[in-house]
Design a protein around this ligand. Sequence first.
Ligand SMILES: [Zn+2]
Length: 175
Amino acid sequence: MKRYIKTSCVFANATKTIGSNYVPSKDEILNGDATYGGLPVIYHPEIPSDARNMDSEIWVSDKFFTYSHSGQQHILNHEVAHNLSDELMNEHLGDWNEFASYFITEKQAPETSQAYKNGKRTYWEGLYGDIGATSLSETTTHAITEYLDNPNGLKRRSEEAYSIIDEFMTRRFNL
Ligand SMILES: [Zn+2]
């Protein structure tokens, strides 16, 4: 599996909002005054999704404002968790295969599947199912989001993933 390497990380001041019930208001976002988890939250109506992680910024569209307070918080936690996931993965370049195995497993493609007919004998599946081409990154991101939103849910799904993230978050934020 390809190793995930990214050196830039601007995630500096997350304790201010991580774990609290705060979500920036629409006014704060439209005025350019919003941050979440240390990242500026910027209004970009042209993006097709509700939100996007731009490494050093989170972009949100009009769709973002249609969600409830807790829905918006979940989206922002997910986008911030992408930066934390990058850091976490960078820490595990030395034990990459073992690390990855707690979040994503290689499975045999069923003989009846289209993938098998196309010549693919295996596929990768994350803790939360097959969530696309970048699924290790999305899986660790989703696991960190669940750690923030519903830690017992993550623990039930995978004790190992929980303890890796718990150790990381405790150290990262002096929890
Ligand atoms: Zn994502």
